[in-house]
Design a protein around this ligand. Structure first.
Ligand SMILES: [Zn+2]
Length: 326
C-alpha cells in the first residue's frame, strides 16, 4: 500500500507477516536527482515484493535512490543490502554501525538472558524465532555515517539528523525544521509504545530514552511519521504519554519486588502486557524475550536510581528492594 503524505513524500507499507507490529512504514522522499528511502523491512520475500511494487508505482529506479536507516533493528535495515546499487549512499548512525560491525551480539544477548533467568529450554527457540535473527542481514556496504546536526537535502526538503538513543544505542530521527516534519523511526510511535530493552549492563536505555524524549519535545513538530502504525499530529502529547508509561512501568517493577527478590524473567512474568494470552506460560517465546528485555531495562534504571540492588546467586542476577531501616 502506498500513500502520498506530502508533496514528494510517500509512505510504503511493508508487511511483517506473523509479527505483532503488522507492518513497517518505509518512506520515500522523491527527487529528480536522488531520492531517499527511509527504512525498508526484513530480509524476506514479502517485504521485498511490497517494496518493489511501491517503487514501481512511484516510477523510482533503485539506482537513483539513497537510504537512511533509523536504527539497528532488522525490520528497519535488513532489506537494504538487497536494494543498494553501486551508486547508493546508506546513511546510518555511528553507535549502531559500530555495534553491527563488532558482531557476536546474539551470543551476548543469549548469555545475558540466561543470567536474567530466561529458562534454558526456551533460549534456543527464542533465538530462532527472533525476527532479527531469522530475517536479518549484514550491512557489508560502505556506510555514510551521520551525527547530530548533520543535514541531508532532498529536493525541497532539508533534514536535520537528531540523535535519539534509547530504543537502540544510536537511534536517529530526521527533522525538517521549516516543514515541521519528524521521521521518528521507533522513537515515537502512536498506538503502541516503543520497546525499550537491555541485554547488557554498560548503558541505561530507559534513562537515555527519557532524555531523548525531552530532546524531541523541544522541537517544533507538526507531523510525526513513525516507523510503525499511524501518522501522528500530537507530538508533545504523545511524548508526555510515553514518559508516563515508563514511570508507571518503573512503579510496577517496584511493586513486584515488594513481594520479594526476583530475577528479570520472573519480574517480566508479572508485569502487564498488551497481549491477548491467558497466561505468561502461553506467551509466544519471542514475546517472552522482548518482555524480559524490557524488564531488564527498567531494573537497570531503578538500580541506577539506587532504589533496588542486584545480587548474584549461582550465575543469576537477583534484584531486591533496598530496605529502609527506621
Ligand atoms: Zn526498532
Amino acid at each position: 500500500m502506498i500513500e502520498e503524505i506530502l508533496p514528494d513524500i510517500y509512505k510504503i507499507e511493508i508487511p511483517l507477516p506473523g509479527n505483532p507490529l503488522k507492518a513497517i512504514n518505509s518512506y520515500v522522499i522523491r527527487d529528480s536527482v536522488r531520492s531517499l528511502i527511509i527504512d525498508t523491512g526484513l530480509n524476506r520475500k514479502e517485504c521485498m515484493d511490497a517494496m518493489h511494487t511501491g517503487l514501481r508505482k512511484l516510477g523510482l529506479k533503485l539506482r537513483d535512490a539513497d537510504f537512511f536507516i533509523t536504527h539497528l533493528h532488522a525490520d528497519h535495515f535488513a532489506l537494504v543490502p538487497s536494494l543498494v546499487t553501486n551508486t547508493s549512499r546508506v546513511y546510518f548512525n555511528q553507535p549502531d554501525a559500530q555495534r553491527h560491525a563488532r558482531g557476536g551480539v546474539w551470543y551476548e544477548m543469549v548469555a545475558a538472558a540466561r543470567m536474567h533467568g530466561f529458562p534454558e529450554r526456551e533460549l534456543q527457540s527464542a533465538l530462532r524465532n527472533h525476527p532479527g535473527y531469522r530475517y536479518g542481514a549484514r550491512l557489508d556496504m560502505p556506510l555514510s555515517i551521520v551525527n547530530q546536526g548533520d543535514t541531508i537535502e532532498i529536493g525541497r526538503y532539508r533534514f536535520l539528523c537528531i540523535e535519539t538513543p534509547g530504543h537502540t544505542r544510536g537511534h536517529m530521527c530526521l527533522f525538517e525544521p521549516d516543514k515541521r516534519i519528524l521521521f521518528s523511526g521507533d522513537h515515537i510511535l502512536g498506538d503502541i509504545t516503543p520497546n525499550i530493552q537491555s541485554w547488557s549492563d554498560d548503558w541505561n536505555p530507559v534513562r537515555e530514552y527519557l532524555l531523548s524524549l525531552d530532546k524531541v519535545y523541544e522541537l517544533d513538530v507538526e507531523l510525526v511519521l513513525p516507523g510503525h502504525r499511524a501518522i501522528l499530529t500530537n507530538c508533545r502529547q504523545r511524548i508526555q504519554e510515553l514518559k508516563h508509561h515508563h514511570r508507571k512501568r518503573a512503579e510496577e517493577v517496584l511493586l513486584i519486588l515488594e513481594k520479594g527478590p526476583e530475577n528479570a524473567f520472573q519480574v517480566a512474568s508479572q508485569m502487564s502486557w498488551d497481549i491477548i494470552c491467558e497466561s505468561w506460560d502461553l506467551f509466544p517465546v519471542s514475546q517472552k524475550w522482548f518482555a524480559t528485555g524490557e524488564a531488564i531495562a527498567h531494573l537497570i534504571y531503578l538500580e541506577e536510581k539506587d532504589l533496588i540492588y542486584r545480587k548474584r546467586a549461582e550465575g543469576k542476577a537477583i534484584y531486591s528492594l533496598h530496605i529502609t531501616q527506621i
